[in-house]
Design a protein around this ligand. Sequence first.
Ligand code: BES
Ligand code: MN
Ligand code: ZN
Length: 490
Amino acid sequence: MTEPVSLSFASFDAEALAQAEGRIALLVEAEGRLGAEARRIDALTRKAVSRLLASPGWAKAKVGEATLLSFPAGLTAEGLVVVKVPKKPTEAEARKAGGAIARMRGKGPLTVVAGTFARPEDLAMAIGLRAYDFAEHKTAPREEGGHVTVLVADPEAVRSRAAPFEAVASGVVLARDLVSEPANVLTTTEFARRLEALRETGLEVEVLEEEELERQGMRLLLAVGQGSESPSKVVVMRWNGGGEEKPFALVGKGVVFDTGGISMKPAAGMEDMTMDMGGAAVVAGVMQTLALRRAHANVVGLVGLVENMPSGNATRPGDVVRSMKGDTVEIINTDAEGRLVLADLLWYAQERFQPTGIINLATLTGAIIVALGHENAGVFSNDEALADALLAAARTEGESAWRMPMGEAYDAMLKSRIADMKNVGGRDGGSITAAQFIKRFIKDGTPWCHIDIAGVASVKSDTTLAPKGATGWGVMALNRLIADRYEAKA
Ligand code: BES
Ligand code: MN
Ligand code: ZN
């Protein structure tokens, strides 16, 4: 488990700041007027700050950008990071500034002079998230980043507001850790064990084993896992912080490794399929966040944990399997396995919990990467209000998402000669036919969104709030959606 960056809030003390080791970060409003603390630092550094502000480089710098002044005169610190911030920052702007500071934080301690900056909690959370480092499997002793101290006008007040932000950050870190783990470590059994450990937060956690899944008739899900030595599992996590109302459901694809099965993937890049449980990781992260911040909502999280392997016992292309719902599926391509897992899992979720709405997350298709690259998750929905709320929550949190179309003509591409449907619709519109397949397992009248996170769950270059690798995309957006849409009354 990756430890969060150690971070505290304190009040400004000019003497102490002059002696501070490591680096100091100073927030300066885009309009360029220096606050009282900044003026003190300007005086200590013999006008280094005001000279920077008068430079053409500063004029050109965008909001959220940082400049490093090395070995500033008058300070013990070896670097002064000056960050341009807007006067009234949005969440996303405050986090962008935090991300920029984290990138320039150096190896020692960091002191952030935030003064009267309006969103110090967002800033601190962003520093923590951007400094994430998955070092679990590095033998060399870990290079610890130093302690981060954020200097604010009223540390007591900020501290008491910071708790829910810490809950969010820890959910994101959990999701990233799960996505980062290789598949020989994060087997279905180990995944379930880690979710059971969340009981400590107050979540109810239940693990359904193969025998029970068979009894429930989840044959599509089992068909995906039957070629693997690792047993297939479904884990149900419940947070009951609301009243008597039915829960909202979050459902995640948890393919711990996707070889493609008998329809095997090519070798190049196959190692990336260790992240094919990204949907399940986000569901786990959100559930942990809800529990840690004692959310006033009823939410159930379900994940389908399977491994897609070829073997003498694996599902063959052309096999016909009956779903829990009762419809038969011709499995044309064993590499289109995520939708099979989700079909049974979604049906189970609806039968058992009658949720007020459902969001499922899955690293479902390569085609969504062709369509949207690594910048946006793809959102498919049968409900305008839920989709709009989700997109708004994602926008606020700086997690980009884009609505994708659905329709009957796409659905018709799933017609099978010998069964009720086939599991692939051909190359064209591949993400949409995948969504249409899933939609067949959503009951009429249940608001539902499917989020295809194949392009955003793990990325090959740094982003604002994450180093390259696992992003935890969606934990923040879904936590916000639940807070805004299901807790607003509480
Ligand atoms: N897990 C993959 C999708 C994926 C691709 C996730 C790249 C992350 C990065 C999924 O199970 C898959 O293999 N989809 C196939 C579907 C096809 C066989 C219809 C694909 O996208 O090629
Ligand atoms: Mn696949
Ligand atoms: Zn997959």
